[in-house]
Write a protein that binds this ligand. Sequence first.
Ligand code: ATP
Ligand code: MG
Length: 427
Amino acid sequence: MAAWRVRDFHEDDLDAAVRLWGDPRTSGEAPIFGLSDLVSAVRASEPAVVAAVADELVGTAVATVSNGRAWLVRISLSSAWRNRGIGSAMLTELERRLVAAGVHRIDCLLASDDEVGALALRHSGYQVRQGMVFYEKLEPVGPADIGILDRLGGRMLRPGTWAEVEGMAREKELIERRVILPLAEPQLAERLGLVPPRAVVLFGPPGTGKTTFAKGVAARLGWPFVELFPSRLAGDSPAGLAAALRESFALVAELERVLLFIDEVEEIAGLRQPRNLSAARGVTNELLKLIPVFREQDQRLLICATNSVHALDTAFLRHGRFDYVLPVGPPDDDARRAIWERYLRAMPHDEVDMTAVVAQSGLFTPADIEFAARKTAQLAFERVLLDGGEEKVATADVLRGIAETRRTLTPEMVAEFEQDIADFARV
Ligand SMILES: Nc1ncnc2c1ncn2[C@@H]1O[C@H](COP(=O)(O)OP(=O)(O)OP(=O)(O)O)[C@@H](O)[C@H]1O
Ligand SMILES: [Mg+2]
């Protein structure tokens, strides 16, 4: 059997070290340090040794050092070369280098007792501390991203935001299946040859919850939410707007992951634009150029929302730019009930006649219901304050709140939306 020897880690060992990493582990647990930790440790010339048989790499031991303390990132050993003392020999060599670097304490976290390296650690005099519990939290935004997010006005949303989208079961299911899950389960998607969506359009009448859905998707993915406001991007000049768009997309490209939301996208990608037509055309063209570049990066999603999908430039909606064109429509009876129940939860009330409430709020958008609920609470407040009586919201208050709220939708708008679905939806 050929002899092995331990030596320093060289730069050209990296490929072999990465391959060794994938050598089946004995334990099913994911290791505490990932492959990227190994790569960044050796790139930063942290102490590392390898075991080699002739030209073949059969083991690696890599550490990181800070403030006199070292962490063993990983002890790898080719399965054919286990139980021969190679692990202990690598540890001995690595320790010499660590001590020379001023280290007086060396720690190693293994995912389980039988992970590669456990035997070597025990043979090399490492004490096991049983019963420790390992806590871990993955921050979705790295330090480099924070400055960029600040400049873009981006932020993280509360994880509960998606669950707070009430009713709208059809839209929720569609968005969850087509958009959220492929991005949340990229490995499974890749194994099945499914390319996760990079850009989608949400269209529907005002106040139906397009912005709410976009925020919910960001919250579900745990990605920062960045909203671009075409009207605020650049004063009055279309040329300035194109430049501002370019700059915003360049900043977004530096983020590790992001949900980019553009509301009222017809303002920058509309067919009929006011003022200087050719300059407005330039803004649309700029966006058409930016989207393919945006699509090339992983871990990002562009959501564009519009009230008038029929007013969008036809080139804009083409396959290859947007993966889906999804309708977000007026809430049906069930959705209105769910949304009402959410707002009524915040008010003390006895039995409310929900059938009447749902029937009376036909053609209400979620935004209308939100307003009517506010009105209801205000009416109850005034009634109790001025006339006394029980501090409770009654069905009559809700129905008055509804009566005093103007509907956003008309039957014509609903018909137009149905036509838009037939003409433009791509689900
Ligand atoms: N499913 C829902 N459940 C509860 N509240 C909702 C729901 N959808 C929307 N809302 C509320 O209704 C209001 C309007 O929603 P949102 O701003 O998302 O609509 P929109 O479609 O983006 O409107 P616009 O077309 O005017 O931009 C928000 O205050 C939101 O909190
Ligand atoms: Mg909106």
